[in-house]
Design a protein around this ligand. Structure first.
Ligand SMILES: [Zn+2]
Length: 272
C-alpha cells in the first residue's frame, strides 16, 4: 500500500466517525473522483464497509499490545511495559491506530444495535439533505419517526414528524404518539448545541471524565464534540454538525422531548 492509498483509508475511517454511512462515503469519493486501487473511481458501499472492518489496516499494533508470558501455558497478558514495543514486520506499518480502529468497530456495533432496536435498515441514509432521518425516536413504542410534508390550501408547506408505526398493521394506527413540527426539532438541536458551545468551560470536567473513563468510541466522539463546541454557537441548522454530534431526539406523548449527544449530554424540553 502506498502513501496515497493509506491516506484514503485514513479518511474513510474519519468520515465514518463523523456519522457518514459507507454508501455516502462511496458517493462522496465518486463525486470527488478519488481513485480506487485499480485506478478507477467506482467506489462501492460494500468495499468501503469491508475496509472499515479490515484488521490489516491496524498493522501490527495489536501484536505489541500483548505478549506471551509463559510459553508453556501460552497465557497472553497485556503488555504493561515489561516488554519493549516492537514491530514484527517493519515494512508493515499501521495505517489506522488502534484507538481509531476500535472506535470504528464500536461504532459499527452501535449502529447495528440502534437499527435493531428501532427496526430500521436505513440508518443515516441521505444525511446530506435529511440530517434528522433515523434520529427521531418514539418514546412510547421505540419506532423511528418519519418526515411528512403537508401542503395547505393556501400553498404553505410545513414538515412534521410522526411515529412510523402509525402506518403499520394494515394502516391501523398502532401508536398514537404526537406529531412534532420539524422546526421544533431543529430549534431543540440548536438550543442544546448552543448550551454546550456557550458554556464550554463548564462542560470541561464532564468531558475530561469521558476522556479518562470512556471506551475508544466515547473518547473519539467527545474529542470531536469538544473541537466543534470550541468554535462557538450556531445561528442555524448545520446538518453535518447534527449528524456528527446528535445521537437522537426522543418524543413522548406528554410533549416531553429529550435530546442526546454522543458525548452523553442530555437536555429536555416541553413542547405544546
Ligand atoms: Zn410510536
Amino acid at each position: 500500500m502506498n502513501k496515497a492509498q493509506a491516506k484514503i483509508v485514513k479518511r474513510i475511517y474519519q468520515e465514518y466517525l463523523t456519522g457518514k454511512t459507507p454508501d455516502r462515503i462511496a458517493r462522496l469519493f465518486r463525486s470527488e473522483k478519488v481513485k480506487n486501487w485499480d485506478g478507477k473511481y467506482n467506489w462501492q458501499a460494500t468495499s468501503i464497509d469491508s475496509m472499515l472492518r479490515n484488521e490489516k489496516y491496524m498493522g501490527d499494533t495489536i501484536l505489541q499490545k500483548s505478549y506471551t508470558q509463559d510459553f508453556l501455558t501460552k497465557k497472553r497478558v497485556v503488555n504493561d511495559g515489561k516488554l519493549q514495543m516492537y514491530h514484527i514486520q517493519d515494512d508493515h506499518e499501521a495505517i489506522i491506530d488502534i484507538d481509531t480502529w476500535n472506535a470504528v468497530q464500536q461504532e459499527i456495533a452501535r449502529r447495528e444495535k440502534y437499527c435493531e432496536e428501532h427496526r430500521t435498515n436505513a440508518y443515516a441514509q441521505l444525511t446530506e439533505t435529511k440530517p434528522l432521518s433515523c434520529k427521531v425516536i418514539c418514546g412510547e413504542c421505540n419506532y423511528l419517526y418519519t418526515r411528512v410534508q403537508y401542503t395547505y390550501r393556501d400553498g404553505r408547506r410545513v414538515a412534521k414528524w410522526r411515529c412510523a408505526s402509525t402506518n403499520k398493521a394494515g394502516g391501523a394506527r398502532v401508536c398514537s404518539n404526537r406529531y412534532v413540527l420539524e422546526e421544533a426539532l431543529i430549534k431543540l438541536f440548536i438550543m442544546s448545541w448552543n448550551e454546550i458551545a456557550g458554556n464550554y468551560d463548564e462542560y470541561k470536567d464532564f468531558w475530561k471524565k469521558n476522556l479518562k473513563e470512556g471506551d475508544e468510541l466515547l473518547r473519539y466522539k467527545t474529542k470531536q464534540i469538544m473541537a466543534a463546541a470550541k468554535k462557538g454557537k450556531i445561528k442555524e441548522l448545520d446538518g453535518e454538525l447534527m449528524i456528527m454530534a446528535m445521537d437522537y431526539i426522543k418524543i413522548f406523548e406528554s410533549g416531553r422531548l429529550v435530546i442526546r449527544s454522543y458525548d452523553g449530554t442530555e437536555f429536555e424540553c416541553e413542547t405544546e
